[in-house]
Design a protein around this ligand. Structure first.
Ligand SMILES: NC(=O)c1ccc[n+]([C@@H]2O[C@H](COP(=O)([O-])OP(=O)(O)OC[C@H]3O[C@@H](n4cnc5c(N)ncnc54)[C@H](OP(=O)(O)O)[C@@H]3O)[C@@H](O)[C@H]2O)c1
Length: 291
């Protein structure tokens, strides 16, 4: 285990996978904590260790033995997500981890409009109280998800009004994460990670129209309509509330502030929605084939 001082969770996922790949490209030794060895990315300078997830305190302590810095990627949405995160933090501290870099969310607060943002606030508080050194990466909405807000019929629907969202590409978050994980001077900091501009969903629909060649629109919904239209998904109430409050958080202006963190840490502009869409055509493939 000697030399493997960075532990990385979430490497089987979209964000953690990008961060692990970049660390490997930089020649950084890392230990990947995964729930399924078969899905661990095969990377140079990386070893994978299996644990049972954030609720497996023993496994997590074992996996983190000798690790100095932990990238803690927030868990999938779960009614007990705060408890999962608290358990993971406690296990990390018990194992001797000295620094946690946690992927949080913009405007994390106990009463944030976006209900899942409250989990991030409570996790941040727990990390602060644990005494470990920390850095919070408060990610805005992923640009990667903007095309997914649009159904195959070509309409984005939700109670976002003319609110703006400074969405950011996961690639840009990953670049900042690597700068933070491998750099110094980030202890005690909370960084808002955003794209270079805040756009309305009407503007997002216009960008999607440009890349798909279809007429894509945004239709504002009332909060009641939003809950009603998502009820048929069969998803649990807390999940539907999280989906709907993504839009109401945009309407409230909670996601509109633009930060300069990507420029500061990566020496380049973050990606704009239009550029990102053109570079990632698979992201809107579901909008290209219509009946
Ligand atoms: N800013 C945004 O717009 C936004 C949007 C969606 C989600 N998020 C949050 O950001 C996180 C990372 O995003 P992503 O795109 O990388 O998501 P993702 O592709 O779904 O990957 C999530 C990763 O976290 C791991 N994970 C989930 N629950 C876990 C648990 N209880 N214990 C241990 N590992 C767990 C998964 O492991 P397995 O492969 O074993 O499941 C996977 O590696 C998400 O988990 C979510 O909390 C942010």
């Amino acid at each position: 285990m000697a030399g493997k001082r960075i532990g990385v969770t979430g490497s089987t996922g979209g964000l953690g996978g990008r961060i692990a790949r970049r660390l490997a490209d930089h020649g950084v030794e890392q230990r990947l904590l995964v729930r399924d060895a078969a899905r661990a990315p095969r990377l140079e300078h990386a070893s994978a260790i299996v644990f049972g997830g954030y609720d497996d305190a023993d496994g997590m302590r074992r996996a983190l033995d000798g690790i100095e810095t932990l990238l803690l990627v927030s868990a999938a949405e779960d009614p007990d997500r705060v408890a999962l995160h608290r358990g993971a933090v406690d296990a990390a501290v018990d194992a001797g981890v000295q620094r946690i870099v946690y992927t949080s969310f913009s405007a994390a607060a106990p009463d944030s409009t976006f209900t899942f943002g409250r989990d991030h606030f409570h996790t941040e508080e727990h990390i602060k109280q644990s005494g470990v050194a920390y850095t919070f990466l408060r990610d805005n909405l992923y640009v990667d998800f903007i095309p997914l807000l649009c159904g195959p019929e070509g309409v984005i629907r939700g109670p976002a009004g003319e609110g703006r969202v400074a969405a950011i590409a996961r690639d840009d978050i990953a670049d900042v994460a690597v700068a933070v994980l491998t750099g110094e001077g980030h202890d005690g900091q909370a960084y808002d990670l955003t794209g270079p501009e805040a756009f309305t969903l009407t503007e997002a629909a216009a960008e999607l129209s440009r890349v798909t060649g279809r007429h894509i629109t945004f239709e504002d919904e009332t909060v009641e309509e939003a809950f009603e239209s998502r009820r048929s998904s069969g998803a649990p109430d807390y999940m539907i509330e999280g989906w709907v409050t993504t839009y109401t958080a945009i309407a409230a202006g909670d996601l509109e502030a633009v930060s300069d963190c990507v420029e500061r840490f990566c020496d380049r502009e973050p990606q704009r929605l239009g550029d990102w869409l053109r570079a990632n055509p698979e992201s809107y493939r579901h909008l290209l084939h219509t009946a």
